[in-house]
Write a protein that binds this ligand. Structure first.
Ligand SMILES: Cc1cc2nc3c(=O)[nH]c(=O)nc-3n(C[C@H](O)[C@H](O)[C@H](O)COP(=O)(O)O)c2cc1C
Length: 275
């Protein structure tokens, strides 16, 4: 297992970077480079005090125009946990995680503020939706960093959006509130390897978007990914058959070749965002 910052970077991206020795690096950087989602949990409970502290860290994230459009719903009761497991039985980590949270975009609170001051909420619906979604994603990521720093493991669950109507109804979400993602939380059972990423050169641009050699870079990444994190199974074998070589790009091309979560768009349009 690589330990130093530069070893972690090279493991993640397959690229060497030179570290500036004058720059102070901290455990936060080490933690970020070692991030991995966790899907196997010990049954050790997460103390309530720890959870409250993580909420404080997470809700300290930046917020667009300070609108603070995020709500977190802790599915705590047995009935809530049984419900969320029943809608997503294909992800057993939702059942076994000691804690399950829903990170929600929340435009309802600001609309209440408008009511309090006799104004009408008139932001463009698409922009309003993005403001809630980006704030919520930042709070979610802040939570993950805080949790990993406390020795906990997390797995975000966007699959809750496949059942937005049911989840929103169960949690009695008012119009303007929607689940962006769930989050499984608990103490990890064992460690798994980090998931390697595209080379940074594929994602970083200077001044102008540069897609030179993009396909070649993706092919190189496929090879590295297959060596380090091979896929355990292939998607949509009925449509595409079984491939001898199955890298990241094969998996993602198959994954994105069918429309997902149309019901989410319909829910959003009916409940608070006339996009
Ligand atoms: C917004 C978001 C939604 C995700 N949804 C799911 C999910 O529904 N189920 C799941 O098992 N993992 C989910 N993940 C975890 C990703 O699969 C994981 O982050 C990705 O494979 C990279 O692995 P790593 O986090 O270990 O680096 C989600 C991650 C993000 C950021």
């Amino acid at each position: 297992m690589p330990q130093t910052l530069s070893e972690l970077v090279s493991r993640r991206f397959g690229e060497q970077i030179e570290l500036d020795r004058e720059q102070p690096f901290s455990d936060t950087h080490l933690l970020q480079l070692q991030h991995r989602s966790c899907r196997r949990f010990l049954q050790t409970p997460v103390p309530e005090k720890t959870l409250r502290f993580l909420f404080a860290c997470s809700l300290s994230a930046p917020s667009k125009s300070d609108l603070q459009q995020v709500s977190i719903i802790h599915l705590e009761s047995k009935a809530s946990r049984d419900f969320i497991h029943s809608v997503l039985p294909s992800m057993p980590w939702i059942k076994t995680a000691p804690v399950f949270l829903l990170f929600c975009g929340d435009s309802h609170r600001i609309q209440t503020v408008c009511e309090m001051h006799n104004t009408t909420f008139a932001h463009d619906p698409l922009d309003a939706f993005f403001n809630t979604a980006t704030d919520t994603a930042m709070v979610l990521q802040n939570f993950i960093i805080a949790a990993e720093a406390a020795g906990l493991g997390c797995c975000p669950i966007s699959a809750v959006r496949e059942f937005t109507e049911q989840v929103a109804k169960f949690c009695q979400m008012p119009d303007g509130v929607y689940p962006l993602a769930g989050l499984c939380l608990g103490y990890p059972e064992g460690t798994r390897d980090i998931s390697v990423r595209l080379p940074m050169s594929a994602s970083l641009h200077k001044n102008k978007y540069n897609e030179k050699n993009l396909k070649a870079r993706i092919k190189d990444y496929d090879k590295r990914r297959e060596e380090i994190n091979p896929y355990e199974s292939q998607r949509q074998i009925d449509s595409y058959g079984t491939s001898e070589s199955y890298g990241w790009s094969s998996d993602k091309a198959r994954q994105t070749s069918h429309t997902e979560r149309l019901s989410f768009k319909n829910y959003i349009r009916k409940h608070g965002f006339r996009i």
